[in-house]
Design a protein around this ligand. Structure first.
Ligand SMILES: Nc1nc2c(ncn2[C@@H]2O[C@H](COP(=O)(O)OP(=O)(O)OP(=O)(O)O)[C@@H](O)[C@H]2O)c(=O)[nH]1
Ligand SMILES: [Mg+2]
Ligand SMILES: [Zn+2]
Ligand SMILES: [Zn+2]
Length: 389
């Protein structure tokens, strides 16, 4: 699996001289980097960026040509953003979170990052999830302050086309000591909150969402409120609340089709080649349909076992997958399955609630999120990508 991730272009090919990485800010691939001078009195200006012919300390250090001070700060040659060390070591893990308008992407990102920092990383392998650059500050401002301090639902995400600031990714370093070789591992996780609006046509997608094609895993959020066979069983107040006050977006089928098209053209795949990026197909807003789940489907109702056990439990993920398939069958919504089956080599179904049970009041004010099974899709992607050992 690690080999496969390398082929996706994120990595310096182990041992060989070929060096290539994907910038986690602009998502372009490069085979070199630049340095930025950190000397405030540098005659080149406060943040002078320079190219170097000769680097020292294995390429970690260079001397500023203007002030002759050493610098360790490596930056992208195109967007000039600071590069995390594990990006350059080929340990990027770009997770694309895609789904139609109002499918719950922003709430998912807002809650999963909080949980990764506070609970998931520490419990799984004594790991830590640490913000890189200003990511943690930006995360707090956009997500945590609203969800956890002000106890407010998030607003729908603005389009990234004319708005550079909203399209900055959130970058985190995930560190832990490997059980296998007892060495500290560090992976760079990159989350990007797309506006569902920007997934509506392929022209917009190819400019705003280059990152999808470079990702190590895709989380497709599927809005249960978009399945007529399910919605007809719920009381209408619920449906309205859980669908962002009735915003009707593009259907999940259409988005899967466009995402697949985009990846195929970017990676030069034919219609019959299956896409190798693993897909977690995730029904969001589990709390909204829990009441109509048949009694015999017990796994999805139980809390997620992975963190408690301190490792990823594959058998649980398989049971969740088969219970969701049974539900899709019951609701007459098998179209997702055939699309995924015909286009992706590896996928699995999940369901999450970001807000938790009884936590979606119509007023917009919520209790602190207490999510259900939110870690499952992330841990599955990490586990099949070899990122947990
Ligand atoms: N019941 C329930 N509602 C949720 C949950 N997560 C999100 N919602 C509701 O779904 C609506 C849309 O959520 P967002 O996270 O903003 O959706 P989005 O996918 O980011 O939408 P865009 O930014 O427009 O693409 C909001 O009204 C949320 O309150 C959840 O776990 N449970
Ligand atoms: Mg959003
Ligand atoms: Zn860049
Ligand atoms: Zn300088």
């Amino acid at each position: 699996m690690l080999d496969f991730l390398r082929k996706l272009g994120n990595t310096q090919i182990g041992g060989s001289k070929r060096f290539r990485y994907t910038c986690p800010y602009c998502f372009d691939g490069f085979n070199k980097y630049k340095f930025q001078c950190i000397n405030k009195r540098c005659p080149g200006g406060g943040s002078f960026v320079f190219d170097v012919a000769k680097m020292t300390d294995g390429g970690r250090k260079a001397e500023c040509p203007k002030c002759h001070q050493p610098s360790f700060k490596r930056v992208c040659p195109f967007c000039e953003n600071d590069l995390p060390e594990s990006t350059l070591d080929g340990q990027n893990c770009i997770i694309s979170i895609v789904g139609s308008r109002s499918s719950g992407k922003s709430h998912f990102i807002g809650v999963i990052i909080h949980e990764l920092i506070k609970r998931i990383a520490p419990q799984i392998n004594n790991g830590s999830f640490e913000g890189f650059g200003d990511s943690l500050e930006r995360y707090k401002k956009v997500f945590e302050n609203n969800l956890y301090q002000a106890c407010q639902q998030l607003e729908l995400t603005r389009s990234g086309i004319n708005n550079v600031n909203v399209s900055l990714p959130y970058i985190f370093n995930y560190k832990f000591r490997s059980e296998k070789d007892k060495k500290i591992k560090c992976y760079t996780f990159v989350f990007f909150d797309t506006a569902g609006e920007d997934l509506n046509d392929i022209g917009t997608m190819s400019t705003v969402n280059k990152y999808i094609c470079k990702s190590s895993g895709i989380i497709f959020l599927l809005d249960p409120m978009g399945i007529p066979g399910l919605v007809s069983k719920l009381d209408s107040g619920w449906v309205l609340r859980a669908s962002g006050g009735g915003v009707i977006g593009t259907s999940a089928d259409d988005i899967i089709t466009r995402v697949s098209q985009l990846i195929r053209s970017e990676q030069g795949l034919s219609e019959t080649d299956k896409i190798k990026i693993p897909v977690a197909a995730v029904f969001s807003k589990y709390d909204a349909f829990e009441s109509i789940i048949p009694e015999e489907l017990t796994t999805i109702k139980n809390p997620s076992p992975h963190c408690k056990e301190g490792r990823f439990i594959d058998a649980d993920a398989k049971a969740v997958d088969s219970e969701i398939r049974a539900l899709l069958n019951e609701w007459g919504a098998n179209a997702f399955t055939s699309q995924l089956e015909n286009n992706y080599e590896k996928y699995s179904y999940f369901t999450v609630s970001s807000l938790g049970l009884n936590n979606n009041p119509s007023s917009g004010r919520i209790k602190e999120p207490h999510p259900h099974r939110i870690e499952d899709p992330m841990l599955w992607l990490m586990s099949i990508g070899g990122k947990l050992q």
